[in-house]
Design a protein around this ligand. Structure first.
Ligand code: B12
Length: 307
């Protein structure tokens, strides 16, 4: 019998859902699920025999926990296929708890919050913008006020990048059949979370994406574009130190592009929002201040251009 068969039974599923928040004693499970104690004990014995839960003893108490990552994955898959995408807590309620947990470095709690969000929302854009992006903006405010330091800001960034990878894993990416995009940041540009959001969105829309990340030397950026022959190149610039490098990259991309005007060059990020003109003057074709604007306004135009 598969894990899926085991956890599709209602009471066992309720018990396992409870264990997804951490280890529990029989009494705690009885209290949380409302099931009768002998019932809970029987189910736990069965799940233990099948290796789905394991036990640990602290003092006189025995605690049960989920024993394998595959069980959590299977539970998440069942949750995703059995619950309505529109029910449950709003994503904005999760912003502060997520930001706090990330600043504490409590990745397990961040995983839990993202799993909770995935139970009620299975669309990439709200998860990224209403939860993760909003949390990063809040974290930026805490950093500016001195409430958190650089180490915490860096830690939250890496945790968030990993959460994005988890979300992509949960949502699943289709096979690339659409256009090709090269995405990255020029030297001295270290802000990549926004770029990664664009990258994941395009991946979810069947694009094949080459994500180069931060601080990419210009010659190798150009080499990748020349080899991949993308429809679009997306570049982010969020700090003064990276502006000249970004302008230079745009200039070089424009000079190496073919007669058919490919690739189109898109820019975004803090410095672009502050002074878009100099990026457009250098030859950028479009810009967007957010993932929502990119997906709703820019991409349809780019796709239409592609014919
Ligand atoms: C996390 C963060 C970092 C992380 C980045 C880690 C990473 N892997 O990305 C680290 C710690 C490395 C960092 C470093 C620095 N940062 Co910083 N950082 C932030 C913070 C807190 C959040 C950024 C973020 O991820 N936001 C969430 C994403 C989703 O939003 P986004 O980046 O804006 O992207 C969206 C749009 O802009 C747009 N977009 C972005 N790029 C593109 C590209 C294209 C083509 C398109 C179409 C659209 C698009 O779509 C995205 C999705 O909606 C912001 C604060 C804030 N209010 O934004 C400061 C902030 C961006 N950082 C800032 C600064 C000053 C710095 C540092 C100098 C010092 C520091 N420690 O803060 C260095 C400079 C590094 C450098 N040279 O690039 C300033 C920039 C202001 C400025 N222009 O001077 C900000 C605004 C904080 C502030 N108010 O002072 N930072």
């Amino acid at each position: 019998m598969s894990i899926f068969d085991e956890i599709s039974e209602q009471s066992r599923r309720a018990i396992l859902m409870n264990l997804m928040d951490g280890s529990r004693s029989v009494n705690e499970i009885v209290e949380a699920t409302g099931l009768r104690q002998p019932n809970v004990s029987n189910h736990l014995a069965r799940l233990r025999a099948k290796g789905i839960v394991s036990t640990s003893r602290i003092g006189r108490h025995i605690y049960y926990s989920i024993s394998k990552a595959e069980v959590e994955d299977a539970l998440n898959a069942i949750i995703r296929t059995s619950e309505s995408p529109t029910t449950g807590a709003s994503l904005s309620d999760l912003v502060i708890p997520y930001a706090r947990a990330a600043c504490r470095g409590d990745e397990r709690e961040c995983n839990r919050i993202i799993d909770q969000a995935l139970r009620t929302n299975r669309e990439l854009i709200p998860l990224y913008t209403e939860l993760l992006s909003a949390a990063m903006t809040t974290i930026g405010e805490w950093y500016l006020s001195g409430a958190i330091d650089d180490a915490q800001e860096h830690m939250t960034s890496s945790i968030t990048e990993r959460q994005m990878a988890r979300i992509m894993n949960y949502l699943g990416a289709p096979n690339p059949t659409g256009g090709v995009a090269v995405i990255g940041a020029a030297p001295h540009n270290h802000h990549t979370i926004g770029l990664r959001m664009l990258s994941d969105f395009l991946t979810s829309q069947n694009w094949s994406v080459k994500f180069l990340g931060a601080n990419v030397p210009i010659p190798s950026f150009l080499r990748e574009v020349s080899d991949s022959r993308p429809e679009i190149v997306l570049i982010s610039c969020a700090h003064e130190d990276g502006v000249e490098w970004t302008l230079r990259l745009i200039r070089e991309l424009v000079s190496q592009r073919g007669k058919e005007g490919r690739p189109q060059i898109g820019v975004g990020g803090w410095m672009v929002n502050e002074d878009p003109k100099r990026f457009l003057d250098e030859g950028a074709d479009f810009l967007a201040t957010s993932l929502v604007q990119f997906s709703e306004v820019i991409l349809p135009t780019v796709t239409a251009h592609r014919g």
